[in-house]
Design a protein around this ligand. Structure first.
Ligand SMILES: CCCCCCCCCCCC(=O)SCCNC(=O)CCNC(=O)[C@H](O)C(C)(C)COP(=O)(O)OP(=O)(O)OC[C@H]1O[C@@H](n2cnc3c(N)ncnc32)[C@H](O)[C@@H]1OP(=O)(O)O
Length: 157
């Protein structure tokens, strides 16, 4: 199944978290599973915080890009548009909040499951559970905002 991130324009597919063209990045892939969005990512041994446990910054990074991708997909879905149809709708992070509920074992794949909490104007709020070994170890809440055409002085694509 094609992931949301597969539809990002080549010119903007270099994000460290989700850009498929960034060979040094995480290159996460997110899909719908019913009403939830799902990303699966297997941390490497060097993603360590305390030995045996995943670095919190990695978890935040995964929540971030999982959520901005989910926000875009939710907006396309709300507008009954195909992912990848023109003009593109891309989202950046306005706010990123993560609660670390318990240590996340560095032991196989992490699963991120997102729910769309609100869509209002250019804003989409996404809540995401991070699941390791069958347990929710972290929970994120992201306010994603549709990228302005002049974001950072650049042209949106
Ligand atoms: C080329 C690349 C392709 C990108 C394609 C790939 C995407 C990869 C994205 C990766 C994720 C990132 O790391 S993105 C990089 C990190 N993020 C950034 O650099 C963003 C920097 N910030 C900004 O540019 C700006 O602050 C924005 C765009 C986020 C918002 O500014 P704005 O466009 O003027 O929006 P504004 O009208 O103020 O707000 C719209 C709604 O969002 C809410 N809102 C805005 N900011 C916040 C906030 N911090 N906390 C809560 N809510 C907020 C407002 O209350 C309002 O809700 P209401 O009043 O309507 O209810």
């Amino acid at each position: 199944m094609e992931a949301f991130q597969d539809h990002y324009d080549d010119a903007v597919a270099h994000c460290y978290g989700c850009g498929r063209n960034n060979e040094h990045g995480h290159q996460i892939k997110t899909c719908w599973e019913g009403e939830e969005t799902v990303t699966r990512f297997t941390p490497e041994p060097y993603h360590t915080a305390i030995p045996g446990f995943v670095y919190g910054g990695l978890i935040a990074s995964l929540v971030d890009c999982h959520s901005t991708g989910s926000a875009a997909a939710a907006m396309y879905r709300q507008q009954n548009r195909e992912l990848g149809s023109q003009p593109p709708m891309r989202f950046v992070t306005g706010s990123l909040h993560v609660d670390y509920l318990k240590p996340t074992p560095l032991d196989g794949a992490l699963e991120l499951r997102g729910r769309i909490v609100e869509i209002k104007g250019r804003k989409v709020v996404v809540e995401t559970d991070v699941i390791a070994c069958g347990e929710v170890t972290a929970r994120g809440r992201v306010v994603a905002v549709q990228m302005p055409a002049d974001f950072g002085g650049a042209k949106a694509a």
